[in-house]
Design a protein around this ligand. Sequence first.
Ligand SMILES: [Zn+2]
Length: 147
Amino acid sequence: MNGTTHIKYDHYHYPKNIDLRCPHCGSHAIAINENIPEEIVHFMDISPFEKVWTFKCTHCIKKYSVQWSEIQKMDLWYKIQLKNETVWSWNEQHLDLIIKCLKKEDTESHAWSFFKTYIHKNWLKKIKTKSDIQKLENLLMGKNNLI
Ligand SMILES: [Zn+2]
């Protein structure tokens, strides 16, 4: 395990799947940590899993291994400006959780409910109108790509 630089107690949660904007063609790409079992949607940095994701773009067919540091430089696919806030999510499920929280729906049994406490307070405070939530729902449905 490569944990030499991490600060004790500063445990970070990594998503298994990350939706990204392909840096080569701008289309929807995905990074998958294939060391993580299917049923695990996120994992902590104390886990023995390797922090290497497989980057795949279905449009330009690029496929290669990426480290966490490289992923951080890429653009997330689920990202939108609302009320001077950049609302972003790691992936579709994470965005679904954010939308449900903004709509004040029950998220107890949601696979991403752990991330509820990490939702930016400003988002919860500022994003309340039906039209703003609709924009997030459109983003989730892939309708933002038509603009
Ligand atoms: Zn591409």
